[in-house]
Design a protein around this ligand. Sequence first.
Ligand SMILES: [Zn+2]
Ligand SMILES: [Zn+2]
Ligand SMILES: [Zn+2]
Ligand SMILES: [Zn+2]
Length: 277
Amino acid sequence: MGAQQQQETNGKEAEEGGVGKRRKVDTDVTMDLDILDILDCPVCFLPLRPPIFQCTVGHAICSSCRDKLRDKCYLCSLPTAYNRCHMVEKVVESIKLACSNSSHGCTARITYYQKEEHEKGCQHAPCFCPETGCSFSGPTKVLLEHFLGEHDWWYGEKDLRYGKAYRIKTLLGVLGPTVLMGNDGRLFLVNMTMESLGGVISVCCVEPHIVGSRFKCRLALSCGEPSYSQTTEFLTSSTNLHDGFPKDCFLFLVPKVLLGDTGTNPTATVCVTLKPQ
Ligand SMILES: [Zn+2]
Ligand SMILES: [Zn+2]
Ligand SMILES: [Zn+2]
Ligand SMILES: [Zn+2]
């Protein structure tokens, strides 16, 4: 069958399309409307999601606004009985958008009204490099490579088992944070900065979505010269590092007397144990 003939056949089907026959329409459709605007409820401006209602004239509204404006239409101000608007429901169900994290590997196609919920929990959402002057961001796996490759941070443990103590080099002259990778793929950072009172160690779990504390951390510091030991247990904070290392988390103080001007002490060790709460 030639192209011309095929086209004619399609045209005929379209003309005849009636009950029980699906009309064939050219898929090259252009729209003058900003489609995303008409997918929002015109009263509360939130995305329309089924059930969607319409007044007797046809103005669409979301179900929670309908509950508030029961007998009067928001637009035509006429007394009305709202009915389900299955046509608009079909439209909002059928328009699928890419996740904003598609450039970070998310392949999900989401309806417009579920986009925000999806993105709040999307595992491809980026975390950020906390290094001053660096604007790199990416999923935790990519960020890990960046920490090790670009900043030379020390990879303390690649397969950390929860409940097991690991000795970290924070106090032994290794610059930059120590990176720990849990055996479930979770990324942790142990960071030490020098403050006026001494070294301040913080431990955080790097996650795209901040979920509160889920891990208990035990830090044990022991020093041979001068003789000193200190063990503390606290909850780690989770962070996407958007604002750098968290400042409102638990801070473990290493007294200044233990550290020289360089912030190191060759006789000091720090052991970290992480455990799900
Ligand atoms: Zn609404
Ligand atoms: Zn109306
Ligand atoms: Zn996603
Ligand atoms: Zn960086």
